[in-house]
Write a protein that binds this ligand. Structure first.
Ligand SMILES: C[S@@+](CC[C@H](N)C(=O)[O-])C[C@H]1O[C@@H](n2cnc3c(N)ncnc32)[C@H](O)[C@@H]1O
Length: 250
């Protein structure tokens, strides 16, 4: 017999049926329920993924509607500049996903305070996982070569974030405003970065996303992070398509 505790723990539709009638009916019911369970187990994972996608899209559309006032143009540099204009100097700029260094060069060029620091994290061997049909595992591989940036305030941390970030943070002291540029494209990389940096993201810190409108990756990582950690933020700049977005932690 099913205990009341087990009945509570079991999801609806999965509890053992109460025995009714003679053995024949029980056997028939058992067969139907078994079939139903097997069908659920096969169909629900797929159905849940579709439902999840629809929910993500609806949440994203709502987010865009709520933050249209933050649109500053079509180009990610406009977003970076608008974010930069809001920041107190010096800054500690942490970039996740460097590739050939375009974004870290922009930030170290625009921000000249001598105490600012710029740290770029990347494996420099490409994406650790499949991202999409265009960018599969290994995309953005530069053979381990770090970009040349002739600025002593800029440095690079080579390797997967999951291996380098925690050791890096154990010896890191932020100076001024923390600016985190998430440009690693993947859900796993973005979620790991955000959750690991949570203690550094104090009021006034800036979060930048470079592929924010990717519902299965940066958007999902951001949504999961702010929900799980109860973070509040203001969207301070975005491109019209919301692919490039900057936020300030409240
Ligand atoms: C789109 S590129 C970065 C582009 C660069 N920010 C720019 O604007 O030019 C994405 C980078 O993220 C890196 N990446 C993604 N996940 C990573 C991880 N878990 N650890 C290390 N690097 C990662 C890839 O190696 C790749 O170089």
């Amino acid at each position: 017999m099913t205990s009341s505790f087990a009945a509570i723990r079991q999801p609806p539709g999965c509890a053992e049926p109460a025995p009714v009638g003679n053995g024949k009916i029980d056997e028939k019911r058992k067969g139907v329920l078994g079939l139903r369970r097997r069908l659920c187990a096969r169909l629900w994972p797929r159905r849940l993924a579709s439902v999840e996608r629809i929910n993500q899209a609806a949440d994203f559309v709502r987010f865009v509607g709520d933050h249209e006032a933050a649109i500053v143009g079509e180009d990610r540099r406009q977003v970076w500049r608008a974010a930069y204009d809001r920041i107190d100097r010096p800054i500690s700029y942490l970039e996740f996903g460097v590739y050939q260094g375009e974004s870290i060069r922009f930030w170290s060029d625009i921000e000249r305070h001598p105490d600012s620091q710029f740290i770029g994290f990347d494996s420099f061997t490409g994406l650790p996982e499949h991202w999409n049909a265009c960018y599969t595992k290994g995309a953005f591989n530069v053979g381990g070569a770090v970009p040349e940036v002739p600025d002593h305030r800029v440095r690079f941390v080579k390797g997967y974030f999951q291996e380098t970030l925690r050791p890096f943070l154990s010896g890191f002291t932020p100076r001024g405003t923390v600016v985190v540029n998430n440009d690693s494209d993947l859900y796993s990389s973005s979620l790991f970065t955000l959750t690991t940096l949570d203690h550094l993201l104090t009021s006034g810190s800036i979060l930048i996303f470079d592929e924010f409108a990717d519902l299965q990756h940066e958007w999902r990582a951001f949504s999961d992070y702010v929900a799980a950690y109860g973070r509040r933020y203001a969207v301070i700049a975005a491109t019209a398509d919301f692919v490039h977005v900057a936020m300030q932690i409240l």
